[in-house]
Design a protein around this ligand. Structure first.
Ligand code: ADP
Ligand code: MG
Length: 404
């Protein structure tokens, strides 16, 4: 049986017009002789009524401390509603379809509510639907544990559902349909001359995704890489081929396997927090004390620099208040800088090539963008900048590395 898995993101199923484009893409896959599995996200974005954040807002003020298990049950409703609405759109177009919740589709997860991992997919029920020539429309972003506890997979988790289902079924292809034409060298909403990447290796896109290019979830790429599952990122509205994510030896002749820089990703808004070690009775112990206290409060920190004079790190803006409270309880007066963005220049062939950081500094200096912090690894150079300079910085770096 030739199988295709087609995943449609939130904006792709937000209204009737968008769903009709999705139905068209599903029809094309059927006409190519494939059985089709569809994975959907919740419809639209807040304030649309069935979007994930709208559902969450039903309880946020009632009980700000509502346990993650309860929130997961609430959030899972968004994708279930979406799967039934998509099934209705397909039936109206004369295509037989059955909607399935994550657990009906056999998605078994861990019990890390809000960030669950898929342990396996029991594909029996999906196969039954396909054998009877019905499209299986699966609610993305969710599954259930062995104990029957419903859990969600974290933001962007429907991508993970699609790739895990595709790998378990031995699908010919997994198509991630979204509101842009594919994976670009940089977020095309912020840089108008961003270039679409026709081919991108698992390793390259994984790095971009981990650094914030939210067009595909990093865990989805990891599962694809492990199972040698080809994935395409495509536009819901157009029949274009989009970007093919695969191993380099499966890419076409125009794949440039030795490109120095693949692209630029960013994360925002984040907060930089600085603690001066002189505030602590034993300066040498400041870092240990600070990081232990933050870990106990389950706050994960990033971009860590430990100097004799200060300990510096970042947290997402939404947990700034909690992190500050933990530090103040230790008797410290942290310097807090909200509204920062972390920009990552990514290239798996960067190892040992001199001058990449120099070019970054030149590009940002030219635009008078201050670098608040920086770090590097074999494949990535990160800079922390004020968020107000984000668009200017991305455009400057994109030009500097000739990615257009
Ligand atoms: P969906 O709801 O379909 O899952 P997302 O909003 O999660 O869509 O992802 C698509 C968005 O990812 C695009 O609208 C784009 O702004 C953003 N994006 C960020 N970086 C990139 C990139 N390098 N290539 C393409 N899109 C990107
Ligand atoms: Mg997404």
């Amino acid at each position: 049986m030739r199988i295709a898995v087609l995943k449609f993101g939130g904006t792709s199923v937000a209204n009737e017009t968008k769903r009709n484009h999705a139905v068209q893409r599903i029809r094309e896959a059927l006409e190519e002789g494939r059985r089709v599995v569809v994975v959907v996200s919740a419809m639209g974005r807040k304030p649309e009524p069935y979007a994930t954040d709208t559902l969450l807002s039903l309880v946020q003020e009632v009980d700000p401390e509502l346990p993650p298990r309860e929130k997961d049950l609430l959030m899972a409703c968004g994708e279930i509603i979406s799967s039934v609405v998509m099934t209705a759109s397909l039936r109206r177009a004369g295509i037989e379809a059955t909607s399935l919740t994550g657990w009906q589709a056999g998605i078994v997860t861990t019990e890390q509510f809000g960030e669950a991992r898929i342990q396996r997919v029991e594909v029996g029920r999906i196969r039954q639907e396909l054998e009877q020539d019905r499209v299986a429309v699966i609610a993305g972003f969710q599954g259930a544990s062995e104990n029957g506890e419903i859990a969600t997979l974290g933001r962007g988790g429907s991508d993970t559902t699609a790739v895990a289902v595709g790998a378990a079924l031995g699908a010919e292809v997994v198509d991630i349909f979204t509101d842009v034409k594919g994976v670009y060298t940089v977020d095309p909403r912020l840089v108008s001359d961003a270039r679409i990447l026709t081919y991108v290796s698992y390793q390259e896109v994984c790095q971009l995704a981990q650094e914030g290019a939210k067009v595909i979830h990093p865990r989805a790429v990891e599962i694809a890489m492990k199972n040698h599952q080809s994935v395409r990122v495509r536009s819901t509205e157009l029949p274009d081929k989009g970007t093919l994510i695969c191993a380099p030896h499966h890419a076409g002749d125009d794949y440039c396997c030795d490109r120095l820089i693949t692209g630029i990703a960013h994360m925002a808004p984040i907060t930089q927090i600085k603690v001066n070690t002189s505030q602590w009775p034993d300066p040498a112990l400041t870092g240990q004390t600070v990081f232990q206290a933050l870990a106990e409060a389950e706050i994960s920190v990033d971009f860590i620099n430990v100097h004799p004079a200060a300990v510096i790190f970042t947290v997402p803006d939404e947990i700034t208040a909690k992190a500050t409270r933990v530090l103040e309880e230790l008797g410290l007066c942290p310097e807090v800088r909200q509204g920062c963005a972390k920009v990552a220049v990514v290239g798996i062939n960067m190892t040992g090539v001199p001058g990449v950081m120099a070019q970054i500094v030149v590009a940002l200096n030219r635009e008078k963008v201050p670098i608040l912090q920086s770090a590097d690894s074999y494949t990535t150079i990160w800079c922390l900048i004020p968020i107000k300079d984000l668009t200017v910085a991305l455009n400057a770096l994109h030009r500097q590395f000739c990615l257009t």
